[in-house]
Ligand binder design. Structure first.
Ligand SMILES: C[S@@+](CC[C@H](N)C(=O)[O-])C[C@H]1O[C@@H](n2cnc3c(N)ncnc32)[C@H](O)[C@@H]1O
Length: 210
């Protein structure tokens, strides 16, 4: 697919492999779904997906003229067009909203990739974002995330860039299935970052104790 994020590094293959081993998982929420880089593989693998995305342009594509909360403007047709192109729109529910205020029926699993560090989330404690994600997962369900770690002095000023191990403060009582941290690495250009740049990323999969 033609995602604006197609070249960025990801732990997503480990997450979907984990899901595929659990026959009770049928429904997945993607928080910060953007234009569908992770939504489409989940749909293709047979899951029903609820995609939550605050940016109107990511959802409706370049034709969207409403003012979005996020500044990134997409050049393609967005998530709705991507799902239609592969004929899987019937298994996709799109929630064009801020996850922190969205009203979501709990699903079997949740995935998010580099979403909570966005500046729009800095107006509230990071716990609000985690509380919202936890509400999206049923008892015994799975939450997987990859996220930015600090690489610049400005990142240290906000709690939304977590250092190694800090994520578990927000997931007390959850079972740790997987945990990994990268060193600083060179990331490919993507929306909002036209040049190569550096990232550092954390990743986990956890199960709700319910
Ligand atoms: C780095 S992008 C995700 C791109 C993803 N890596 C991919 O490849 O599709 C993170 C997304 O999270 C969305 N996001 C950030 N905060 C959000 C919030 N509070 N509610 C919903 N979406 C949010 C952003 O608008 C952005 O599209």
């Amino acid at each position: 697919m033609r995602s604006e994020w197609k070249d960025t590094r990801t732990f997503f293959p480990l997450f979907i492999e984990h899901l595929n081993q659990d026959p009770t998982i049928e429904t997945v929420v993607v928080v910060g779904a953007a234009d569908g880089k992770f939504v489409l593989p989940l749909l293709r693998a047979g899951y029903s997906v609820t995609a939550i995305e605050v940016n109107n342009s990511a959802v409706h594509g370049y034709g969207d003229t409403r003012k979005g909360k996020a500044a990134e403007r997409y050049s393609g047709g967005g998530l709705t067009a991507a799902a239609r192109e592969v004929g899987l729109q019937d298994k996709l529910t799109i929630v064009n909203a801020d996850v922190r205020t969205a009203d979501i029926f709990p699903r079997d699993a949740l995935w998010t990739s580099c979403s909570w560090h966005y500046s729009l989330n800095h107006d509230q404690p990071l716990s609000r974002f985690f509380d919202a994600m936890k509400r999206c997962v049923r008892p015994g369900g799975i939450l997987g995330a990859e996220y930015f770690m600090p690489v610049a002095p400005k990142h240290v000023e906000t709690e939304h860039y977590l250092e190694q191990g800090e994520v578990w403060r927000y997931l007390q009582g959850w079972r740790r299935n997987w945990e990994a941290y990268t060193p600083v690495f060179v990331e490919a250009p993507h929306l909002g970052q036209p040049d190569v740049h550096v990232h550092r990323m954390g990743f986990f999969i956890a199960t709700s104790s319910g």
